[in-house]
Design a protein around this ligand. Sequence first.
Ligand code: ZN
Length: 567
Amino acid sequence: MTQVVQQKSGEQKKQFKEKIREETIKRLRHKSQEEEASAVAKKFNLPYVDLNLIPVDAETVVAIPEELARQANLAMIYKAGKKSQIAVVDPESYETQKALEKLKKEEGIDWKLVVVSEGSLSKAWENYQRATVVESFESQQISLKSKKLTEFEKGIHNIVELKQRITEVPTTETLNIIIAGAIKTKASDIHLESAADHIRLRYRIDGVLQDIVHFPKKIQKFAISRIKILSKMKLNVDNVPQDGHFAANLENSTINIRVSVLPGSYGENVVMRLLDEKAIALNLGDLGLNQDYLEKVEKALAEPSGMILTTGPTGSGKTTTLYAFLTKVNSPNVKIVTLENPVEYRLEGISQTEVGEDEDSLKFADGLRAIVRQDPDIIMVGEIRDSETAEVAVQAALTGHIVFSTLHTNDAAGAIPRMLHLGVKPSLIAPSINLIIAQRLVRKLCEHCKEEYRPAEETVKKIKNIIDQMPENAKVGIPEKIEVLYRSRGCSKCNFIGYSGRVGIFEIFPMTPAIERLILKTASTSDILETAIQEGMMTIKQDGIVKALNGVTSLEDVRRVAGEIFI
Ligand SMILES: [Zn+2]
């Protein structure tokens, strides 16, 4: 031993001494902490336990909710039926006593106390992290049980094998499982978020992020490296954002995956977007338009020229709606061109051009000018966000073209002030616009686990109130009885979320002489809204409430996307 030390260089000797010093301090600190705990135990005539020496079962620890345990500074360390041993740091603490009382009264747990150090307690709490991995992984197993997955991922034969492989850090399989799971649950995005002691996997399903699993930290480097290699990113660069893409090949189809990697405090974070062309609803009938709105849309699509604008925040489904319109009007004798940023879905028989934001790429306005010279019948412009694009789009609509585009406004009426703000002359707005749509996406209640319930009398009254305000001609599909609403419990068919798939809720108004008069007077958004309602427009919230009354969605989800309903 001495000989080994003597052989070391000066620098190594220094490091060695430093290490010994650190370890001594650690041992002394540990000792004094443990001695303190032992003294407390003696004072209260309770047993003292060092959890650094005695292993604790994770299942025992999680029998008490983590929040309660941390708040009350305690941990369950032994359990047999209702008899248990609970480790505390300070038996006299008010929080601790309150929690112990609660456990006895409410849970019927019969406990004996032991005293431990702060360090011991932290060690026991580490089990919550381990338990989360096991627990959420088990919920993932459920979604991986079907036959389809075996088709998707030939490498995984059964759940036990799957579980083993994930814990053995098998790079390829981990990523396969992540992607296969996302496909299986119809997720649109996969999020891998690096935290201090784990890496969190979340899926975005029907627009809402769902926690899937916490992987141990050791998975992080392997999984992220693999993703970076697949998407042709620089492997050795981890301090700047990178973008890329790769394709996941399944037995009968290919799913393109767009990848974005961003540096974070605990390592890189990854977001993967699954671009599944089959997943988008391109049928006009599947969008969720009520009969009145469907007729208005079909009428506008049959016009020889003019603009149809859809509005709403990002993720409100406006592009999907425009794709459905394009599919509806697509035929061999019309020429359709699109300008998009980016092109997410390829549509057959339609010429799609990508525009970008960086210096060298094609801009919306320039692209639009070039496209108009290509003699198209129908043009789709991904978004109107500058005055140049607005001007060219209006000109195209006025000169015999059908133009589809989106605007970033909250409601349909807001589209008009927005166009004015972009410098379009008031006199050109009415002649160029045929129809204005605003929309949001609500989640559809799962058909397999939805159930009726009777809401409170107060809620029924409020709903009646809103229905009474609805325009006569929009009252399509309102049930006679409104005493019943719907909710869901969650089942294996909907990944225990309670919802499956999404549908739009809309407000739509066509250009009319009354609206035109308002535009020429540069009237306010609220005046335009009021007139549109008088002329038969149902608002997004009203459309949402009707869909909730018909059991398509829940009032809760309408509120989530459209804001407070009963104002
Ligand atoms: Zn269900």
